[in-house]
Design a protein around this ligand. Structure first.
Ligand SMILES: [Zn+2]
Length: 304
C-alpha cells in the first residue's frame, strides 16, 4: 500500500527532475548558441563589401606622374618586336624655369619648374651618374646601331624662354650638362623670350637648338601650306646660324599628322618628339617619340 501510494510521488519527482534537466539543458544550449552566434554576427558585420574589396585591391597611390593612357599599353619587348630597334632613353621636357612667385604672377605655374627644384633635379642626375646626351646619340642608334650609353638622358626645354637662359643655363654649365632647346624661331627676341645672342651663348655651353616651327604652330592641321611654311622658315633660320645640324624636331602642343611626318622626313629630319609620355624610343616611331614631362617633384618620383 505504501509502495503504491509513494509511486506517483516518485514519478512526479522523476518527471520534475526530467523537466529540470530539459530546462537546464535548453538554457545551456541557448547560451552556447548565443555564444557561438555572436562571433559569427560580428564577423559578418566586419566582412568587406565588394566595393571595399575593390578599394583594397587598388594599388597603393604613389607620387609617380600619371602616364597618358594609351589604348593598349605595350611592354618594351612588344614595342621592340613591332617598331624596333628600341632603346630606353628618357627625354625630359621642361618649359619655364623660374621662381614660383614669379610664375604665379605671370600665370605660368603649370609650365614652371621652380629654379631651386630644378637645381635639385639636375644635381640628382649628376649624383646618380646620369649622362646628358644630344639628339645625335639617338640618330646614331637608329641609323648606325651605335649603342646609347647606359644612364643616358636627353634634357629638352621648349619655346625659348628668357628664364631658361637666366635660371637653367648657369646650372647646366656648372654641371657640364648638355641640353636641347626646341625653338619657335619667330618668337626669338620677343619680351620673355631669348635673343639670338643669348641663344648663341647657350649653344657654346652645350645647348643644341632644334626646330619647334616658326610661330609655335600646331602641325595637326589640314593646311599643308602652313606646315610647309612653319617648318621651312624655322629650318632656314636655324641652318643659317649653324644650328640644326642633326635636324631634330619638336611638335608644338605635341600636334602632328601623317602629312607633317612625311614633310619632316622629306626635309631630312631624323626624328620628332611629341608630348606623349614614355621613355621607350623606337626606330619605326622616330617621328612620334615620347618624352617625360617634369614637374615640381624629385626626379625619384619619375622613376629616376
Ligand atoms: Zn612649345
Amino acid at each position: 500500500m505504501m509502495r503504491t501510494k509513494k509511486l506517483p510521488q516518485i514519478l512526479s519527482i522523476f518527471v520534475l527532475i526530467i523537466i529540470s534537466i530539459l530546462i537546464a539543458s535548453n538554457i545551456f544550449l541557448l547560451a552556447t548558441l548565443k555564444k557561438k552566434t555572436v562571433p559569427v554576427v560580428t564577423k559578418v558585420s566586419n566582412a568587406l563589401t565588394p566595393a571595399q574589396i575593390a578599394e583594397h585591391a587598388k594599388p597603393a597611390p604613389t607620387s609617380l606622374p600619371t602616364p597618358i593612357p594609351s589604348p593598349k599599353p605595350l611592354t618594351f619587348a612588344d614595342l621592340n618586336s613591332l617598331y624596333g630597334p628600341c632603346v630606353n632613353l628618357p627625354v625630359l621636357f621642361y618649359h619655364h624655369i623660374q621662381n614660383m612667385d614669379v610664375a604665379k604672377a605671370a600665370g605660368q605655374q603649370n609650365l614652371t619648374v621652380a629654379t631651386d627644384i630644378f637645381i635639385q633635379q639636375m644635381q640628382y642626375l649628376k649624383d646618380h651618374g646620369y649622362i646628358t646626351l644630344s639628339t645625335n646619340s639617338l640618330t646614331d642608334f637608329f641609323d648606325k646601331s651605335t649603342p646609347v650609353p647606359s644612364g643616358g638622358v636627353i634634357l629638352t626645354f621648349d619655346d625659348g624662354y628668357e628664364d631658361f637662359y637666366v635660371n637653367a643655363v648657369p646650372i647646366l654649365r656648372q654641371l657640364g650638362f648638355k641640353a636641347v632647346m626646341s625653338l619657335p624661331t619667330g618668337l626669338v627676341g620677343n619680351p620673355g623670350y631669348m635673343t639670338w645672342d643669348e641663344l648663341s651663348q647657350a649653344a657654346t655651353t652645350g645647348v643644341e637648338i632644334v626646330n619647334h616651327t616658326w610661330s609655335h604652330a600646331n602641325l595637326s592641321t589640314n593646311d599643308t601650306g602652313l606646315v610647309q611654311r612653319e617648318v621651312v622658315t624655322a629650318d632656314g633660320q636655324l641652318t643659317q646660324r649653324g644650328y640644326n645640324s642633326n635636324k631634330a624636331f619638336v611638335y608644338p602642343y605635341g600636334g602632328y599628322n601623317d602629312y607633317a611626318i612625311s614633310f619632316l622626313q622629306g626635309k631630312g629630319y631624323t626624328m620628332a618628339f611629341t608630348t606623349v609620355s614614355g621613355s621607350t624610343l623606337c626606330k619605326k616611331l622616330r617621328y612620334t617619340l615620347p618624352r617625360i614631362r617634369i614637374g615640381n617633384a624629385s626626379l625619384s618620383a619619375y622613376g629616376f
